[in-house]
Design a protein around this ligand. Sequence first.
Ligand SMILES: [Zn+2]
Ligand SMILES: [Zn+2]
Length: 265
Amino acid sequence: MPEPSLPPTLTQMALTVFISDSLRYALAAGAVWLVVQVLLRRRLAGRRILDAAPAPGQIRREITYSLSTVAIFATNGLLLWLLISNDTVEVYPDVERRGWTWWWISLVLIIVAHDAWFYWTHRALHDRRWFRAVHGRHHASLHPTPWAAYAFHPVEALVQAIFLPLFLLVMPVHAGVLGVFLLHMILRNVIGHCAHELFPWRWTPRGWMRWITPVSHHHFHHARNRGNYGLYFTWWDRLCGTEDPEYLRYGDERFGAIVRREATT
Ligand SMILES: [Zn+2]
Ligand SMILES: [Zn+2]
């Protein structure tokens, strides 16, 4: 029997990463859009941020740009698979190889490192020239929908894609950690663009989870473009003085009031 040749395997792998990246985007954005904008539309009306509707043609534009990002992420995924295959980076299948302690430490490290990568690259993309040439495409949505999660210029998609191979060059991770990281990334990303404050305001940004970014954090970044560059956590914006105080003032007034009303009923 002939040995399986490399090209079909590469083609199979290319198809697998492209389909899984497409599904990750479509299922996450579709599910959050369906729940927030359709099924619970009335119930969540009081949680809508800034009472603004998407512009005509906006969702179509967000999906088109996101699909180009999916293609770039899939190419990156294929590159990663090649790096794993020739042992340049280590994504191991058995937890026992490095134990559960490393499993959890590496999960925290990859999420914290990605947040730092996102903050600093995102902030750099807000330089006037880069904003006009590249990042302005993402900001075309003043009041984004979940479909905007990947609506990037190809250069920005490349900047975001490169994080994973760079991280894996210095840290080995279990395949499950990679899966949880990718799932967390897409979920936080689509939720961050859903235009409704889904987090309890008394927990974040005002309570014990103040270090987690609520939806208003990124929504105000789109609507006002005055800071709030962070992705998962608030700490870089607070440390560097780039937090938009208006999102806190507005949220205190609007969602703080809901919390108080809920507490008295
Ligand atoms: Zn931005
Ligand atoms: Zn955004």
